[in-house]
Design a protein around this ligand. Structure first.
Ligand code: PHE
Length: 341
């Protein structure tokens, strides 16, 4: 029988049930249960004709009030459910700012030749050498003449030169920097000069452009033992303390006496292999006592001063240290190669 109590009872349970749902699915079901076409409120309305005329009006409007109330509360509830779902999603997706970031594998880095150059310069500066540089476009005078290599000297054949005109060329070695530094400064001098040099030469171990580091020391009473001491110290710092070093007599027009320096083969440790052509030794640089002719050229008193000089190839040293067999790899910009070193 439809009555005020029955309507109130349905309202009470509806509110109760609405209070307890948390998902959209439950909400849809519950809404159908009370407000749907076959829902409880519809049932109540259907029962109206069974009550007396007087009661019908007030009970009818009571049912409609409850219906309006529930409709409002249901739509509020839906907003509430959606909001809490959103909050939950945000919480789940929360960024943990303490996690390490993604690694970018293809970032730039220092080229192996530049790395080895700084490594070499670091060793020499720890021994007290300063760094000086000279021009790549050089005068014939500094590249040859002042270094005791006159015009018709056969030593000019040792290096194939890129000439720009009669008197200018691309320097074939860093030795001209010796003259340039000595011209403008007075001893004592301990200087290293890194830079590009150029020769008409190209194969797996030669490139028309490559890098050298020149070094020299001038002072009173500089002897061959200073030369041996400095270069042995450098080579063992670069290749490893345990490596043996040997000095072989050689010839350069700008040093006298001259020597070539070998280091125990880095591949076979002196036993003899393909890399050292069975000798157990690898030639790594040229050196000698600065020829007195150079001192007369720059105006130093050769009876007071003496000095030593050396020149090394950065590519060659890098190739030996890292077992690289093709010099062209340095200039191709192949990221996979560059990343390995
Ligand atoms: N300038 C010589 C060269 O290229 C190397 C060298 C430098 C030798 C200094 C002796 C002294 O090849």
């Amino acid at each position: 029988m439809l009555s005020w109590e029955v309507i109130e009872e349905i309202k009470k349970t509806a509110l109760n049930e609405l209070e307890n749902i948390t998902s959209e699915r439950d909400w849809v079901e519950l809404k159908a249960k009370y407000l749907g076409k076959k829902g409880k409120l519809q049932d109540l309305l259907k029962m109206l004709p069974t009550v007396s005329q007087e009661e019908r009006k007030s009970l009818g409007s009571q049912v409609n009030e409850v219906k309006d109330l529930l409709e409002n509360l249901f739509s509020d509830k839906l907003q509430e459910i959606k909001l809490s779902l959103k909050k939950q999603k945000i919480f789940e997706k929360k960024v943990d700012i303490t996690l390490p970031s993604k690694r970018y594998s293809r970032t730039g880095r220092v080229h192996p030749l530049n790395r080895v150059t700084s490594e070499i310069l670091d060793i020499f500066s720890s021994l007290g050498f300063e760094v000086e540089e000279g021009p790549e476009i050089e005068e014939d005078y500094y590249n040859f003449e002042a270094l005791n290599i006159p015009k018709e000297h056969p030593a000019r054949d040792m290096q194939d030169t890129f000439y720009i005109d009669e008197s200018r060329l691309l320097r074939t070695h860093t030795s001209p920097v010796q003259i340039r530094v000595m011209e403008k400064r007075q001893p004592p001098l301990m200087v290293v000069c890194p830079g590009k040099v150029y020769r008409r030469d190209s194969d797996v171990t030669h490139s028309p452009m490559f890098h050298q580091i020149e070094g020299f020391m001038v002072d009173k009473e500089v002897s061959f033992s200073h030369l041996k001491g400095v270069l042995t110290e450098f080579l063992q710092a670069f290749f490893g303390k345990e490596k043996n070093v040997r000095f072989r007599p050689s010839y350069f027009p700008f040093t006298e006496p001259s020597a070539e320096v070998d280091i125990e083969c880095v591949v076979c440790e002196g036993k003899g292999c393909r890399v050292c052509k069975g000798s157990g030794w690898l030639e790594v640089l040229g050196c000698g006592m600065i020829h007195p002719y150079l001192f007369s050229v720059v105006g130093y008193d050769k009876s007071v001063y003496s000095g030593f000089a050396f020149g090394l190839g950065v590519e060659r040293l890098t190739m030996l240290k890292y077992a690289i067999d093709d010099i062209r790899l340095f200039y191709e910009g192949n990221v996979s190669f560059l990343e390995q070193l």
